[in-house]
Design a protein around this ligand. Structure first.
Ligand code: ADP
Length: 644
């Protein structure tokens, strides 16, 4: 073929190619990387960047470089250099034209705006030595997709951040609530526990490991079967579960756990189980204490000897104890919610009840009042009732009721007993006094001189008789004071003188026991308006006790002093003392408290009871402070009514 023909053909080919290339919407360009000259730029550049192909052809690669976004420039140049050096060292065959690099960058349009483009570059022609001569670049506008991509990227970053924040918050919440989390792979049986979960089972998250078997072994034996059942059910149904159980820590201590979990299914088959656990030992302990306390109160409520019921301010009885039911002849079935206050109250008590209801609503309490209840059989029972509101409830109240017919009955019985004692004592006293006289006569040799052995026996009989008379006298004294028939015969008395007289009289007893007695009093005279003989007996008894219940060689101190509105006599000993639990008891009738000297001392247990009653009648008080094996201090306090 001639060279003219060849050139023509080349031109034709070039024209055809040119036509084809101009159809492509992307910018097609060819440039020489060594000289920086463009040999071809397609018309598409006008549409995409706003520059004419001639402008670029004139400015060359230097111009194009200046249009690239500054931040992207270095990257593009490096990539170009790499492309050329790779191509130069690569397979030199002409067929090796495949794109060597694809780069994305920003470029400035003629109107000054920036757009994103994607440039695919490949070797277009080589020099005879095989080195790169021209590079073909096909550049498309990717701004729209880049924006989408950036939006997506931004969104994904945001989501990632939010997930991270949620995870952080969840972790914090779990840590704060001491809640452990776990995950179990059903297929592989792999169990993963959070650090808190490990701690809940007494394990060290840094050094211990966990497995399904280890977890089951840590369950309290009482709960293993139950837990297995619950887990199996959750695995079969995929339903969430909740269970309270105990676990045993490696140190042997037992703890309560609340476990919750859920199984996830794939195509009807369980594959993953997740759950949480928390320590509820404290809650369990509180519940147990509460239950015990409820039981205690229930027992108290049920066993009380007075009637108790829970009633609301509308008069509906909600609950009642056995005593209350027995009082009215009802049972639990007939009373619950059905029985109303009015239905068990006779008409004549309604007005008073209304007044008490008002008092209850105003102050939360209705002071006790006497009324009657109508029993189931229609009979009436006299009662003393009192009502208090139960705090923190809308309108519930506790009502107590005492059957006063029983109280009267008891009072009657008590009176009869006192009368009996009084009568019996009188009857006993006369013959006993007679015996004393006759024995006295015998001892005094009124009949004849008694032989010594007879005299000893009669002397013993005389002493026994004296004790008998003493007991009868005590009984009589107590019966009289309890019957309320004692009338004080008051006069102005010098307390110093009385105490000195008593101490003189009892001097022989103190002497026999080698006890020292000290009487402390500031004024030489201290007047009090009292029943002289009775108060004397009160003090005699207390001073006698002080000596009786004190070992030999110890000291008894009697102190008389004036207080603000009272006169006080204190009798202090260094004796056996009285236990705190017996302190109240000693003032009760017939109560003798065992102590190391009580057998030797003898007594009726009536002295202090009578003494208290007499001091009460004087509007005074009698009290005791005592320590076992150290001694006691009895204090009689009388209102001051006379001055020295
Ligand atoms: P009695 O002395 O006849 O038993 P009391 O009524 O005088 O009866 O005393 C009641 C109880 O109180 C005594 O049995 C005794 O146990 C105790 N008691 C009284 N005074 C004293 C005291 N000073 N020290 C220790 N115990 C005392």
């Amino acid at each position: 073929m001639s060279t003219v023909l060849t050139r023509q053909k080349q031109k034709l080919n070039a024209l055809k190619l040119n036509h084809l290339v101009e159809q492509i919407p992307d910018i097609v360009s060819v440039y020489n990387p060594s000289t920086g000259e463009y040999i071809y730029v397609s018309q598409a550049i006008e549409k995409i960047l706003g520059y004419s192909p001639e402008y670029i052809l004139e400015g060359g690669l230097e111009l194009v470089k200046s249009l690239i976004y500054p931040e992207d420039r270095a990257r593009i140049l490096k990539s170009d250099r790499l492309l050329v050096s790779k191509a130069n060292n690569a397979d030199l065959s002409p067929s090796n034209k495949k794109p060597l690099n694809i780069i994305e960058f920003r470029i400035r349009r003629q109107d000054g705006s920036w757009i994103w483009v994607c440039s695919k570059r490949s070797v277009y022609g080589r020099k005879p030595d095989g080195s790169v001569q021209h590079i073909l670049s096909i550049t498309s506008d990717i701004t729209a997709s880049k924006h989408d991509q950036q939006r997506l990227l931004k969104r994904s970053h945001e989501l990632e951040k939010r997930v991270e924040q949620h995870a952080e918050r969840l972790e914090l919440a779990l840590e704060g609530s001491k809640m452990g989390t776990w995950e179990w792979n059903v297929d592989t049986s792999e169990l993963i526990w959070s650090p808190e979960m490990m701690r809940l089972y007494g394990l060290d998250p840094d050094n211990d490991t966990i497995s399904y078997e280890k977890f089951f072994a840590a369950l309290h034996p009482d709960h293993r079967e139950e837990k297995k059942k619950v887990l199996t059910h959750a695995l079969e149904t995929g339903q969430p579960y909740q269970i309270e159980h105990r676990c045993v820590w490696p140190d042997g201590s037992v703890h309560w756990i609340l476990g919750q979990g859920k199984c996830y299914m794939k195509e009807g088959k369980p594959y993953r189980m997740v759950g949480t656990a928390m320590n509820i030992s404290e809650r369990k302990a509180t519940e147990a204490a509460l239950e015990a306390s409820i039981l205690r109160y229930k027992a108290l409520f049920d066993s009380a000897i007075i009637g108790i019921c829970i009633i609301d301010t509308d008069g509906v009885i909600h609950e009642a104890n056995d005593r209350f039911l027995a009082m009215l002849g009802h049972n639990r079935k007939t009373i619950k919610g059905k029985l109303r206050w009015e239905s068990i109250t006779p008409l004549e008590h309604r007005t008073m009840d209304q007044r008490k209801l008002k008092e209850l609503i105003a102050s939360g309490e209705a002071k006790p009042w006497e009324k009657e209840y109508i029993c189931k059989d229609g009979s009436l029972v006299p009662v003393l009732v009192g009502v208090v509101r139960i705090p923190h409830t809308p309108n519930l109240c506790v009502q107590i009721a005492i059957d006063t017919s029983e109280e009267h009955h008891l009072m009657d019985l008590n009176q009869a007993k006192d009368e009996f004692i009084s009568l019996a004592s009188h009857q006993l006293r006369t013959p006993a006094t007679g015996v004393k006289q006759f024995l006295g006569m015998l001892l005094g040799g009124f009949v004849e001189d008694l032989p010594p052995q007879h005299a000893d026996l009669v002397q013993l009989a005389y002493e026994s008789n004296e004790r008998q008379i003493q007991i009868i006298n005590d009984l009589l004294k107590v019966a009289r004071v309890d019957a309320g028939t004692v009338k004080l015969d008051k006069e102005d008395v010098d307390m110093v003188a009385i105490i000195n007289e008593i101490l003189d009289e009892q001097a022989s007893s103190f002497f026999a026991r080698h006890q020292k007695v000290d009487f402390k009093h500031k004024p030489t005279k201290l007047m009090a308006r009292v029943d002289k003989s009775r108060l004397r007996m009160v003090l005699e008894n207390i001073i006698d006790n002080a000596s009786k219940y004190t070992y030999p060689d110890k000291k008894i101190t009697v102190t008389l002093k004036q207080q603000k509105g009272t006169i006080e006599v204190q009798i202090e000993d260094e004796g056996v003392g009285i236990g705190a639990e017996d302190m109240e008891k000693i003032f009760k009738k017939f109560s003798r408290v065992d102590n190391p000297l009580s057998v030797e001392a003898g007594g009726t247990g009536l002295g202090l009871h009578w003494a208290k009653r007499i001091v009460d009648l004087h509007n005074g008080t009698i009290s005791v402070v005592s320590t076992i094996n150290k001694g006691s201090v009895f204090t009689v306090s009388l209102p001051k009514i006379a001055k020295v």
